[in-house]
Write a protein that binds this ligand. Structure first.
Ligand code: KIV
Ligand code: NA
Length: 265
């Protein structure tokens, strides 16, 4: 297999073949997902919740995200790695966006960046694209705007579906190579997917988008707390890891670990 490039994702859309995307924040998950053939890995700012222990994505910093981005890009052979621009690192101006994204490309060795926002962020997307930095946009429910949007709510219901399409067309026009649609009605996502040339990546956006993304710690059951309705859990890694730790503890306490085969004489 070769390195995944943006034009491959475009070809998949044209052939009507849906593709998967997962978040990754470290070496092992990156290596495992790369080997499993996941074509696109996202170093999401959901690392705020899933690595750093914050309760929202807002507090995570560029430096915190860069450390994780470097770990993921060092660990893949084929996957295209997209890095999320954190809250506060691109909103002020197109210049701020280019400066931040340049760090992700140069220091993080990312292959593309992602930012949250529709038509109001078209100037940022244009400036990044002009600088040679591929951009994935993210519209619908955008977690960095949680406070402005009034909490976790399904977007693009009823007449708001037209606004979702306007945002999608604007980010495509500005040069985005793909767009994430988060927590929008399946009907609105289907319409946007049909109207756009570029691939749509759904999360809580129904079955008709060109690609699907999940947060890996949710889909693998590392997160044992409450998860959103749109998450499907494909494994119970949290339980498996907890069981391993309990067994290790029991064997240390019972003096059955280490055995002779683990000891030097
Ligand atoms: O940070 C993240 O995990 C994301 C995906 C849910 C798209 O932005
Ligand atoms: Na994100």
């Amino acid at each position: 297999r070769r390195k995944v490039r943006i034009h491959h994702l475009q070809q998949l859309k044209e052939r009507g073949e849906p593709w998967p995307m997962l978040t990754s924040y470290d070496m092992y998950s990156a290596r495992i997902f790369d080997q499993a053939g996941i074509p696109v890995l996202l170093v999401g700012d959901s690392a705020a919740n899933n690595v750093y222990g914050y309760d929202t994505s807002l507090p995570v910093s560029v430096d915190e995200m860069l450390v994780l981005t470097r770990a993921v890009t060092r660990s893949v052979e084929h996957a295209l790695v997209v890095a999320d621009l954190p809250f506060g690192s691109y909103q002020a101006s197109p210049q701020q966006a280019v400066e931040t994204a340049t760090r992700f490309m140069k220091e993080g060795r990312a292959h593309a960046v992602k930012l949250e926002g529709g038509r109001r962020f078209a100037p940022q997307i244009e400036a990044l694209t002009a600088s040679g930095i591929p951009v994935m946009a993210h519209i619908g429910f955008t977690p960095q705007h949680e406070h402005g949007l009034g909490g976790y709510r399904v977007q693009a219901r009823g007449d708001q579906a037209d606004q979702l399409l306007d945002d999608a067309l604007a980010v495509q026009e500005a040069g985005a190579f793909a767009v994430v649609l988060e927590m929008v009605t399946a009907e609105a996502a289907k319409r946007v997917t049909h109207e756009l040339r570029i691939p749509t990546v759904g999360i809580g956006a129904g079955p008709d988008t060109d690609a699907q993304v999940l947060v890996w710690t949710d889909m693998a059951g590392m997160n044992t707390g409450r998860t959103a309705r749109f998450v499907k859990q494909y494994a119970e890694l949290g339980k498996i890891l907890g069981g391993a730790a309990e067994q290790f503890a029991a064997e240390v306490q019972g003096r059955t670990f280490p055995g002779p085969e683990h000891s030097f004489h």
